[in-house]
Design a protein around this ligand. Structure first.
Ligand code: A3P
Length: 292
């Protein structure tokens, strides 16, 4: 289904870059015209923010903590990416009810499509310092992404918003600004999930109106833990062939929380903080991550 001849192709769409073996102009255009159903669940995130974790959580909540689906169907088939060129085929074959759809598209592109829809959006965010470190390591294993270069170069590209999938600041601002006006958007952070996964699962299940018994919540907690997902080939991306991901260079399920402290020098940290402050000056977002 993947177009290997397009592994090096960069698809440019509305000024943003996307990997060409997953995206085409047609697939991106179709994403913006997709007829969402009110029962749809849409997981939205900037890459490396905890997307796969939320896919696992939503799958488990939908199956009341039973890991059968999450352990037998790859995450990209049970919660397919809206903008990928094989989306329609996967969605049709998806075993998940209600439908679970994933996207990395920014709000300025997808927002108009969702206007008036009652589909339930779950926006997952993460400390941008951990996002950039995770994305940097992912560039080293993902053969469909450009060379990462040095970490400081990569960090500059992240801050300028020139990496694939666009600018983190625009992404988080665009989606979370909708929270005030949309009843159907739940914003949850990676850090919140790390600090209190039980509470996070209850929050998501209540938002999705799938009330769970305590033992069902506990089963969700067990099967979406870092160690359980690292072992689950339906979630850890080891099913992806070597032509696409160089598994010798690292793991998708890498470290989890707080690794930025091992990559940022004091100077990079100050620089990052100053850009963050200036870009988010008008933001009402309250970040939940630990800066200690
Ligand atoms: P690291 O590279 O920092 O380890 P995404 O799914 O959006 O691409 O995000 C991937 C990041 O989420 C990776 O971060 C991965 O390890 C982390 N992740 C995935 N499942 C997780 C879980 N159950 N607990 C904690 N972190 C998880």
């Amino acid at each position: 289904m993947l177009d290997m001849a397009r592994l090096d192709v960069v698809e440019t769409f509305h000024g943003l870059f996307f990997p060409g073996h997953l995206h085409t102009q047609d697939s991106l255009q179709l994403a913006l015209k997709f007829p969402f159903q009110d029962t749809d669940i849409i997981i939205v995130s900037y890459p490396k923010s905890g997307t796969t974790w939320m896919q696992e959580i939503v799958t488990l909540i939908s199956s009341r903590g039973d890991p059968h689906v999450s352990r037998s169907v790859p995450n990209w088939a049970r919660a397919p990416w809206l903008e990928h060129h094989y989306f329609a085929a996967l969605l049709e074959a998806s075993p998940t009810t209600p439908r679970v759809i994933t996207t990395h598209l920014p709000h300025h592109l997808l927002g108009p499509t969702l206007q008036g829809s009652k589909a339930k959006v779950i926006y997952v965010s993460r400390n941008p310092k951990d996002v950039v470190v995770s994305f940097y390591h992912f560039h080293k294993i993902a053969k469909f992404l450009p060379e990462a270069g040095s970490f400081s170069e990569f960090l500059n590209r992240f801050l300028k918003g020139t990496l694939h999938y666009g600018c983190w600041f625009d992404h988080i601002e665009g989606w979370t600004r909708q929270k005030a006006t949309m009843n159907n958007l739940l914003h949850i952070s990676y850090e919140e999930m790390s600090m209190d996964i039980q509470g996070a699962i209850k929050r998501v299940s209540s938002y999705l109106q799938i009330p769970l018994m305590e033992d069902e919540v506990n089963n969700c907690v067990k099967h979406c833990s870092f160690s359980s997902m690292k072992d689950n080939k339906m979630a850890n991306y080891t099913l992806v062939t070597e032509e696409i991901m160089d598994h010798k260079k690292g793991f998708f399920m890498r470290k989890g929380i707080g690794d930025w402290k091992n990559m940022f020098t004091e100077e990079l940290n100050q620089y990052f903080n100053s850009v963050l402050e200036s870009k988010m000056v008008d933001s009402t977002l309250e970040f939940t991550w630990d800066e200690q």
